[in-house]
Design a protein around this ligand. Structure first.
Ligand SMILES: Cc1cc2nc3c(=O)[nH]c(=O)nc-3n(C[C@H](O)[C@H](O)[C@H](O)COP(=O)(O)OP(=O)(O)OC[C@H]3O[C@@H](n4cnc5c(N)ncnc54)[C@H](O)[C@@H]3O)c2cc1C
Length: 436
């Protein structure tokens, strides 16, 4: 690793931010034979990064990181996914577990960001990337960037991988400050727990793992919660819409929501005797933010969260794989521009086209529809109550002489009570629209 005063040469590209997006971009620019500088403000790579805990697998990841499953520092593969609604300390869950998910390629894994990010940065160093840590890019100039408000370093291209707030994109006028409607706030806790206890509690063997998503809170704030199993610990957290939190700030704050979440019975049971080790908070782009702002300019590309590439539906968050894929596509464009000797906005439009053609572009449309469906007051308010009422009435007899109610009657009556018949038909149309 280099010191800031040892950097005096000109680079082909400077990548700002050593999260998964930036490291991938730098790694593949270096692999393509160009000279690249990767700059990270954290004390070490991974020091500044918060995340829930899952990396969703895609074939491109296998292509970018050969022998993926024997190489990356993952904790558990995910073979079981559970979706749960929460209402007044009752929960209703739908679970999917498959033996197909028990051999590689697994559909996803859990990991620690500090471990993964520094492992990944080492790969970049080996590929020839120059890395500077504890260094902040404070300004973009005509010929490069200013480091720590002092020293200018020169490059033909800048890749902004500086996360959701992307001060760099703001500084060159590509986007305004993120608005509350465009963001969610995530709080994450990490608890240490013995591996055998985790396996017993979640009915797992060896390195099998669970991802559980939760919908429902007493204040009806848009968003959800998660629980992921690591090898020797549990990652638990909530992600809520900032505009919904803002609207309801007199009634509730996010810390109360977190307290309520971890005190619900499935969480309380899972976390029993677990030791709280870490707390972090971070802004996350909402799924609808990605198309709003340009992701390229003369000599400038934007990748990862900075470009809004995050499938944050409130219930499910997926950003790391998109950060890696967009970093790779940006690297291809940098190498193309480098070969052409042309770094104009017109040439760099190549990146926009690559994104559109990639799985990022196509999956966004589907995930956005699903996100719009879930991020609706009616879903958060009515669905957990409705499900709770129906299950409760079907399973529980109040007295010996109570006649068993028909499923159809209970269904209709609960719909009438919590949704209304008109809204029920509106919901059917919304559900169809969100999945086609
Ligand atoms: C609570 C929570 C849970 C999440 N759960 C998941 C999950 O389970 N799965 C998943 O796939 N995604 C999840 N995400 C989203 C995921 O973390 C992001 O999508 C991903 O980290 C984006 O990567 P990135 O490289 O674009 O940005 P980041 O990881 O944010 O990296 C940006 C880097 O840039 C550095 N930086 C910023 N400005 C400068 C500057 N001026 N100079 C130098 N360095 C700078 C920062 O220090 C940081 O290291 C979650 C996010 C949160 C907050």
């Amino acid at each position: 690793m280099k010191q800031i005063n040892q950097i005096n040469q000109k680079f082909d590209a400077i990548v700002v931010g050593a999260g998964p997006a930036g490291t991938t971009a730098a790694l593949h620019i270096a692999k393509g034979g160009a000279k690249v500088l990767l700059i990270e403000r954290g004390k070490f790579v991974g020091a500044k990064n918060s995340f829930g805990g899952t990396l969703e697998y895609s074939p491109l990841l296998q292509q970018l990181i050969p022998d993926f499953w024997n190489t990356i520092p993952w904790e558990r593969f995910i073979n079981k996914r559970i979706f749960s609604t929460l209402h007044s300390d009752s929960h209703f869950s739908v679970s999917y577990d498959s033996s197909h998910f028990r051999s590689p390629p697994y559909p996803g894994c859990t990991l620690y960001r500090s471990v993964f990010d520094s492992w990944y940065a080492n790969k970049a160093l080996k590929a020839g990337v120059t890395l500077l840590t504890e260094t902040t890019v404070t300004q973009i100039t005509d010929n490069g960037v200013i480091l720590n408000s002092k020293q200018e370093v020169f490059a033909n291209m800048i890749v902004a991988a500086d996360g959701v707030l992307s001060k760099l994109s703001q500084s060159i006028g590509l986007r305004p400050e993120p608005q509350v409607e465009e963001c969610s706030l995530g709080l994450k806790l990490f608890y240490q727990l013995d591996e055998d206890i985790i396996n017993e509690r979640f009915n797992l063997q060896n390195r099998e793992g669970v991802c559980q998503f939760f919908l429902g809170n007493s204040a009806d704030i848009l968003g959800g919660g998660f629980l992921y199993t690591q090898l020797q610990g549990l990652s638990v957290g909530i992600v809520h819409s900032l505009s919904s939190l803002n609207k309801n700030y007199k009634r509730v704050n996010i810390h109360q929501l977190l307290e309520e979440f971890v005190s619900q019975s499935p969480l309380k049971w899972g976390l029993k005797h677990a030791k709280l080790m870490e707390y972090s908070a971070h802004i996350i782009p909402k799924i609808s933010s990605w198309k709003k702002y340009p992701i390229h300019h003369n000599r400038f590309l934007v990748v990862g969260d900075a470009a809004g590439f995050c499938y944050n539906t409130g219930l499910h968050i997926e950003g790391m794989n998109l950060a890696i894929e967009s970093g790779y596509l940006a690297a291809q464009t940098v190498l193309y521009a480098h070969k052409k000797g042309d770094f104009s906005k017109k040439t760099l439009n190549d990146y926009v086209e690559r994104i559109k053609e990639s799985s990022i572009g196509s999956n966004f449309r589907t995930n956005e529809r699903l996100g719009n469906f879930i991020n609706d007051d009616i879903v958060i308010k009515s669905y957990p109550r409705l499900i709770d009422e129906m299950v409760n009435r079907l399973l529980f007899k109040k007295n010996l002489y109570q006649k068993k109610e028909s499923i159809f009657f209970v269904f209709l009556d609960s719909i009438r009570k919590y949704l209304g018949i008109g809204k029920f038909f509106r919901e059917i149309i919304r559900i169809i629209k969100s999945i086609i």
